[in-house]
Design a protein around this ligand. Structure first.
Ligand code: F6P
Length: 270
């Protein structure tokens, strides 16, 4: 068992099974589900990759200490965790399915989402396209790949479709803080056989491959996150703990307009 102190509450990772546990009765989650390779069919770089039952990733919905539950619900935010198991499908690193967020009701843009890596290393693929609900191939206007290590945090800007790739050797554990009103949209990513970049394992790390089912008006850009006091992001400080200290600071996850520039300012070119 490995204690994951970055959770900000007592949660450990069983490195053999990839499962999270807590020995504190006050810690609980609303739901748990595991996604297997069969459910990733059509989303992978290799269309012929066929294994039905290889574990891909686990999702723990609404993790909370009972004593702090109302602090999250008062500001319409949810704290979840995803665990991506190590390995590849062919040469492509394991990843989440990928989706866009639907627009905020009454607005023309979508909810952002904050992610902190708790264990391992992630590559967040973030893409802005011309129209994520159209049936023809989507045109990529901006493609950012954020390399994020344990303790670091990234915010997915409004309207950026995203998936997370486990580019490390071990199990990737990360959390997200997101509006409870955010709804995911999957169809166009599915039609395009995944996000616009596939990430392949190489001898020295990873290689980015453009997905041929998209039209590109830009080149992929690798970025790394910096601290951002405005976004409540500080390296090695658990987001859970920071949030409880000042829940109002994270209001931007429901009302992103004012901090739009900061979402990009905290991403530095690698
Ligand atoms: O919904 P997908 O693309 O399978 O990926 C799961 C991801 O979505 C979220 O559930 C919430 O946006 C993340 O926490 C998680 O990493």
């Amino acid at each position: 068992m490995k204690n994951l102190t970055l959770f900000g509450m007592p949660i450990a990772l069983d490195e053999k099974t990839g499962k999270l546990t807590s020995n504190e009765p006050d810690v609980c989650w609303e739901d748990y589900s595991r996604k297997y390779s069969g459910k990733m069919a059509g989303l992978l770089a290799d269309p012929d990759y066929k294994t039905e039952d290889e574990p891909y990733y686990d999702f723990y919905k609404a993790i909370v200490k009972n004593s702090t539950r109302s602090t999250f619900s008062d500001v319409d935010l949810r704290y979840d965790s995803t665990v991506i198991l190590p390995g590849t499908a062919g040469k492509e690193f394991k990843k989440t399915a990928g989706h866009f967020h639907l627009p905020i009701p009454g607005k023309s843009y979508s909810f952002p989402e904050l992610y902190q890596v708790i264990n391992g290393t992630a590559l967040f693929v973030m893409q802005r396209v011309d129209d994520y609900q159209k049936e023809e191939p989507m045109t990529v206007k901006d493609l950012l790949l954020a390399e994020v290590h344990a303790g670091e945090t990234v915010v997915i800007p409004p309207d950026y479709g995203h998936c997370t790739v486990n580019i490390g050797e071990g199990t990737l554990v990360f959390i997200n803080l997101v509006s409870v009103n955010s709804m995911n949209y999957y169809d166009s990513v599915k039609q395009s056989h995944g996000m616009s970049a596939y990430i392949y394992k190489t001898e020295n790390g990873y290689q980015i491959e453009k997905n041929p089912n998209y039209v590109f008006e830009c080149e992929p850009k690798v970025v790394v996150p910096a601290d951002s006091p405005k976004l409540g992001i500080s390296k090695d400080c658990p987001v859970y703990t920071e949030f409880l200290k000042n829940p109002a600071l994270y209001r931007y996850l429901n009302e992103p307009e004012e901090l739009q520039e900061e979402f990009f300012a905290m991403l530095k070119e690698k």
